[in-house]
Design a binder for this molecule. Structure first.
Ligand code: AMP
Ligand code: ZN
Length: 461
């Protein structure tokens, strides 16, 4: 199967040819750990997990190295720790743990390596020194700065000229910078801020800039040039542009990663997600209302390069779809073949909307009793990280917002049916309303054979 991926660097779809098919290497920028991850952060996690699965399927599970870092040195972290009056370590450990718990629910595989910035300070210092030695960086007032004018191809990824970047970027123009676009590789730490002995003969302790962290971790775990680098579209400039500048100039290579991939941004009900608009959704809160796989399928229903509009309607629909797929595949063989159509569409730059349509077709055949189609549906959904839970576990899932357990609901249904039989309508209605207030909606249907009323329930939305 040949894999085609859209490359931000060349602005077109290209056949993917790994440098070494025995070891396909991918780096994805991970979270800065100071707060709960939000659903926007979940998008690259899900998209690149899918790509990781497709790569493993194509090149073999043991022939793919996926590195997703944790940024645990950052000014936002320092600020938050000071605000909360906790140590930086306490904040980053707690947040990283929460991140892992949240994304595990989204059905993602663990990356091969999950490096932390604080464990790669030495590599960052070596990069600073190499860049100064090679004339691509300079020391000024305790900082090490990258000299943007020293790199002719700066701006190639984001496709902008230096003039355009200067006009567009609100980069702080410090007096010690030679050029206004020059960016920090290392900066001095004030008392109380995390700091390490500085490189390049700087006497005061300092800490790395954000961009150098990724260059160091990618270089350490994947080498000077690797296959794929990913992240959200917002990272293209300046973060990825700067990673490229640092890594290429330090290593003397003409590329850092061959393919650069970016997921589109996520909006909420058609608006930018922000705390001030009151539509900010953390993964943690969302998982109280929806199973993680419904979130995953909802996100994969839009192609990863398109903007994604998060809606309550969309996730409800994804949940219903999975309910149905689970029911149809509950007796299917676990090791069925993956449907060719699904494989081909995923191999075409992760065309997930089309892959989901192929799954819907399998569902139709499975609903007509084809066990082969059901097995295919299960295996194909598995490749997309879906239907990974058993049907019984899926059915047993309840939102945390539901304040009543299954047994109590069953008892109340019996009591209500008895009340109806004795025409005690007031009692029957009260039971229904009380359950509704607890988030349970009752549904009555007549059994066609016996004519008796059968009551089922679902979570009210
Ligand atoms: P951060 O922790 O802000 O550095 O972001 C971690 C990852 O989430 C990066 O790859 C970002 O590009 C991505 N990201 C942040 N916000 C959104 C959003 N609203 N939509 C899609 N991706 C996002
Ligand atoms: Zn990065």
């Amino acid at each position: 199967m040949s894999l085609t991926l859209y490359n931000t660097l060349t602005r077109r779809k290209e056949a993917f040819e790994p440098i070494d098919p025995q070891n396909v290497r991918m780096y994805v920028c991970g979270p800065t750990v100071y707060d709960y991850a939000h659903i926007g952060n979940a998008r690259p996690v899900i998209v690149f997990d899918l790509l990781y699965r497709v790569l493993r399927r194509t090149f073999g599970a043991d022939h793919v190295t996926y590195v997703r870092n944790i940024t645990d040195v950052d000014d936002k972290i320092n600020q938050r720790a000071a605000d909360e009056g906790v140590s930086i370590r306490n904040l980053t450990e707690r947040t990283a743990k929460q991140f892992h718990e949240d994304i595990a629910e989204l059905g993602v595989l663990e990356p091969t390596v999950e490096p932390r910035a604080t464990e790669h300070i030495d590599e960052m210092k070596v990069l600073c020194e190499t860049l100064v030695e090679k004339g691509h960086a300079y020391v000024a007032e305790g900082h090490v700065l990258f000299d943007v004018a020293s790199m002719a191809e700066y701006g190639r990824l984001s496709n902008r000229s230096i003039d355009e970047m200067e006009a567009g970027a609100r980069v702080e123009v410090a007096p010690y910078k030679k050029g206004s676009m020059d960016f920090v590789l290392w900066k001095p730490s004030k008392v109380g801020e995390p700091g390490w002995p500085s490189p390049c003969g700087i006497e005061i302790d300092g800490r790395p800039g954000w961009h150098i962290e990724c260059s160091a971790m990618a270089g350490r775990h994947l080498g000077k040039v690797f296959d794929i680098h990913g992240g959200g579209i917002d990272l293209t400039f300046p973060h990825h542009e700067n990673e490229i500048a640092q890594s290429r100039c330090a290593h003397g290579t003409d590329t850092m990663a061959r393919v650069w991939m970016h997921n589109g941004f996520l909006q909420v009900e058609g608006e930018k997600m922000s705390k001030s608009l009151g539509n900010f959704i953390t993964i943690h809160d969302l998982l109280k209302e929806w199973p993680g796989e419904a979130v995953r399928l909802a996100m994969l229903s839009t192609h990863y390069r398109q903007p994604f509009n998060w809606t309550a309607k969309g996730v409800a629909e994804a949940k219903r779809t999975l309910d149905h797929w689970q029911e149809l595949t509950k007796d299917a063989a676990a090791d069925g073949p993956v449907c060719e159509d699904v494989l081909e569409t995923l191999a075409d730059d992760l065309n997930t909307p089309k892959a989901a349509a192929a799954l819907h077709e399998l569902r139709t055949s499975a609903a007509h009793g084809s066990l082969g189609a059901a097995a295919c549906l299960r295996a194909s959904a598995n490749l997309m990280g879906l239907l990974q839970v058993s049907q019984s576990n899926w059915m047993a899932w309840r939102p945390a917002t539901l304040s009543v357990d299954d047994e109590e609901i069953a008892d109340q249904i019996i009591a209500r049916l008895a009340a109806r039989k004795s025409k005690d309508w007031a009692v029957a209605d009260r039971i229904r309303d009380e359950l509704a207030a607890k988030g349970v909606q009752l549904k009555d249907a007549k059994d066609p054979e016996t004519g008796e009323i059968v009551t089922t329930w679902e979570v009210a939305r």
